[in-house]
Every structure is written in C-alpha cells, then in structure tokens.
Design a protein around this ligand. Sequence first.
Ligand SMILES: Nc1ncnc2c1ncn2[C@@H]1O[C@H](COP(=O)(O)OP(=O)(O)O)[C@@H](O)[C@H]1O
Ligand SMILES: [Mg+2]
Length: 393
Amino acid sequence: MYSDIKVLIVTEEAPIATDLQDRLSHQFSQITHIFASEVRREISRIQPDIVLLHEGADGIGMQLIPYISREVTHVEIIYLTESKDSIRIRDASRAGAFDVLFFPDEINAIVDVLSRAVKALKAVSARNRDIAEFTWGRGQVIAFYSGKGGAGKSLIASTLAQSLQLESSCSVLLVDLNLQYGGIETYLQLESNRNLYDLTPVLRELNDNHIRSVTVVEPYSQVEVLTSPADLEIAEQITEEHVERLLRAARLYYDYILVDLPSKMTDLTYTTLEEADKIYYLLTPDALSLRILNRVLGAFNMIGIDPTDRLQLLLNRVNRDSEIGAREIRQRFAFEIAGEFRDDLKKIDQAVNRGKPLRTVRNERNISPFAKDVQKFARMMLGKTKSIAAAKS
Ligand SMILES: Nc1ncnc2c1ncn2[C@@H]1O[C@H](COP(=O)(O)OP(=O)(O)O)[C@@H](O)[C@H]1O
Ligand SMILES: [Mg+2]
C-alpha cells in the first residue's frame, strides 16, 4: 500500500473513474477524481504524484499533459486512450507522459504501470535528496594566514566575519587558533571561558549543539566566535584531531568558517591549511613581506601543502606611500590578489581604544575606509557564493 502517493484520475466519465478507483483502492489510499474541465482550477491545490489522464471521446486531454507537468513539480502522467493510433502514443510520450495505455483493452496492466511510476517517483526524490545533501554540508573553510606577524590576519578575519554576517543571512563561525593572545577578543571585545578543548569528550560525534556550547555570539553582528583558551596549559593540549573534527563538523552547519591562524607553522596551522577550501594570505605592500611569502611558499612545498587554486593574496595596509604596488606583486607571484584594504591606523586604533568593534550594524553609514573595503570584499564573496547556489538549483 502506497499511502503517501496521491493519485488523480481525470476523466469525463464517472463510471470509468469508479472502475479505476476500484482497481487501485487496494494499492493506493489517496485517490481523487476530477473532470478535465476542472484541471486548471484544481491541479495546483491537489498536487498529485500520479495522474491517470483519460483522453475522452473528443480527443481532448493531450494538451493537458504539458500543462500538468508545468504546474506540478514531480508528477508522472499515465495517458489512457481509446484510439489505437500509434501517432497518438508517440505524441503523448513526446508531451511527457510516463506511459500510454489502450483503454479498455490494456486496463489490466494499470496496476503494473502504476508500480513502475511509483518507482520512478522515488528515484527522482532520492536524486533530489542527494543534491540537497551535497549542498548541505558544503560550508567553506577559509584560513587566514601570513608568515609575517602583524599583517592583519586577526583584524581582517574578525571584521570580515562581522561583515559577512551583517550583509547576509549566512551563518558564520569565526575560529581563533592563535592559542595565545589570540587578538580576535581584542577586536571584537569578547570574553569566553569555553574553548575547543572543552569539546574533547564529544569530539567523535560533534554536532551543532556541541559547537554552539563553546562559542560566544558577538552581540552586534551575531557572528559565532570560538575563542582560543586563555590558559596556555590547556592550549597545548589541543590537537590536530580537535581542529580537523571541528572544521569537518562545522562545514555541515555554517556557510563560512573563518579561521584566524598564527604565523607559526604548528601542527594545528598545518591541519587547518590542509583542510581549508581557501587560504587568504595576508600581505603588506613592502619588500620584507614579499620575501617572507617566498619563504612560506618554499616551506609549503616542503611539508606538502598545495596552494594551487586555493591560495589568494589579500593586500593589507595599502596607502599612497606603499613601497610596493599590486602590479609588482602580480609580476612576481602567480596568485590572484583577491582584495585590497586601505591603511587606516587612526580609525582602527580609535575603535580598539574605545572597545567597540569596527562594524556594529547592518547598512552602517560613515564606516571607516578599512571597514568599507572589508564590506566590499564580503559582498564580493557573497555574490560568488550566490551564483554557485543558483547554478546548482
Ligand atoms: N589596514 C590597516 N590599517 C591600519 N592598521 C592595521 C590595518 N590592518 C591591521 N592593522 C593593525 O596592525 C596590527 C596587527 O594586526 P593583526 O590583525 O593583529 O595582525 P596579525 O593577526 O596578522 O598578527 C594591529 O594593531 C592592527 O590594528
Ligand atoms: Mg593575529
């Protein structure tokens, strides 16, 4: 018995409807009958899974096949015709009928045909579920890295997390893996006594509730933040497994997982860089910064981190007197410069000293040039994500 399948019989002849209902009643519990003239009014309300469309003496019915297919997303239409005309069969299948039965000669086959239609429907819904599952769980892990301390990793990661959250309905998780004097707490003025190490007992079964139990919500933007432990002894007990399991689970529940990394190449840094879908490498426009980038690329090569198609450069603290411009960087490195952020010492210091984050509300006016650059960058990221989502659907 298929109790979840809605069968709709469309015929002008009530006795035929009754006969079909009798034949199918032991297999289907939801059977409705309407007349062809009622289809346009009723079809969207009924939303049948299977339609038995009886052609009727005047031959109308064929045009209803494409109409019903359009109005109902997943439907199988079985066309019942009294004329044994091969052209009509061909036209009905071209129009999108699942099968054609000669009526009344082949009526005994109806149970069989319906079983096949049910199977086809289930296959479609399984495929859709696969697509849904594929989209679900594809949150992006984005690592912020630089071989040079003070390049702006923590500031950009936290301001970008806020901007992404304020500019969209996406869910954003910001993870601070600096483990010592993280930095993110300073920019977002957060305190927390919970951290990644507290997840140890549930590490193998992490879900969103577990993750939420150790994060703090930044009150202005609602970004969820996982701060690093203040206690160095605890920090030292955090392992690659903590990081790997956290990032993999977080992918299921968040759209963006931004990870602020220390410059030091620790096991945790390595694991994050391996796991990341994207690595934003922070570069300030000076010769030293470029030299360090060169060394980092050499080190990546040695330890087996492949930056191809993943690493993009973010140029930070750009100003009129910058020692090196984007052009020179492009000439020397094969990596795209994904964004540029202006030097904005006064406004940033002011915000930090006042204990207020750089971004506090949606559609904020008069934000600092730096915050504006981050906002622009966030919008660009969101635009790209949207077009991927649109292409998938
Ligand atoms: N675009 C910028 N303009 C002015 N100051 C900046 C800018 N980016 C970063 N800073 C400052 O540089 C310092 C280091 O930034 P931070 O994000 O903590 O670096 P990292 O995390 O890479 O070590 C901070 O004092 C920060 O306020
Ligand atoms: Mg930092």
